[in-house]
Design a protein. Structure first.
Length: 245
């Protein structure tokens, strides 16, 4: 789901490194705050998928903001569930121990021809990391929800392909993305250019599918911890969905 272009893989680590990251209490934390150790989270996710007979083909983990943020992307194969043609199913993971982000899973795909990641849905596992937070139970619940939503990925893609985008609508969506800070304004211009003259002919259609792929192609230039949230919000804008928490 995550791809890093035109930058070094700074912050990219393996699970062994994640297990060694110290869990520090942020100054803004309340009395009931309970952090999540990154390695423990990653292990719960990978082991939970294995226990559900899901094969992890590739996993990428990125640390950010003084090692308080963790972003992950896992390309997977699921028994009896076929990903859309030319894609792999993908699980996105994001959380922050600095009280900025709740633990969230994202449902998506990775497209083979361009390695674009796509987010088709979000699962907020818990609002707060508190003393009553049960990591194993939360991850298990999130994985079950994630696997249940995979059947909707094809419908999401079909909806995008069937939705035409006028020049006025394209400009409105890109303006909204820029105003919300989904990426720098200079890159919003690059999205517009990529949409008009796509690098890959498969995305040449003047539809929501073409615009979303132009956005996900350019967002690869942004830091990993920004990509999932930016793709998720742009999906909401394109589909005119209510902004999630």
């Amino acid at each position: 789901m995550l791809t890093v272009r035109e930058q070094t893989n700074r912050g990219m680590v393996d699970r062994e490194t994640l297990r060694k990251v110290l869990l520090a209490r942020p100054e803004s934390a309340g009395p009931h705050w309970k952090g999540i150790q990154h390695g423990e989270l990653a292990d719960h996710i990978v082991n939970g998928l294995s226990n559900r007979n899901v094969t992890v083909n590739e996993e990428s983990w990125f640390l950010g903001k003084g090692d308080t943020h963790l972003t992950g992307s896992l390309s997977i194969s699921v028994p009896k569930k076929k990903a859309p043609k030319g894609m792999d199913f993908a699980l996105g993971v994001h959380h922050g121990n600095d009280t900025c982000y709740a633990l969230k899973f994202a449902v998506g795909t990775r497209i083979f021809i361009c390695k674009n990641g796509m987010v088709s849905g979000d699962i907020a596992l818990r609002k707060l990391h508190t003393t009553n937070f049960d990591l194993a139970a939360a991850v298990g619940d999130g994985l079950d929800q994630f696997l249940n939503q995979l059947s909707l990925v094809g419908e999401f893609i079909d909806t995008l392909k069937a939705k035409p985008i006028s020049g006025e609508e394209r400009d409105r969506l890109l303006m909204a993305a820029g105003r919300e800070g989904l990426m720098p304004w200079s890159r919003i211009g690059q999205v517009d250019k990529e949409y008009r003259k796509p690098t890959f002919q498969a995305f040449k259609q003047q539809t929501a599918w073409g615009l979303y792929n132009a956005f996900t192609y350019v967002v690869q230039k942004c830091p990993p911890h920004e990509q999932i949230s930016s793709m998720s919000r742009f999906r909401e804008l394109v589909l005119d969905e209510k902004k999630t928490a």
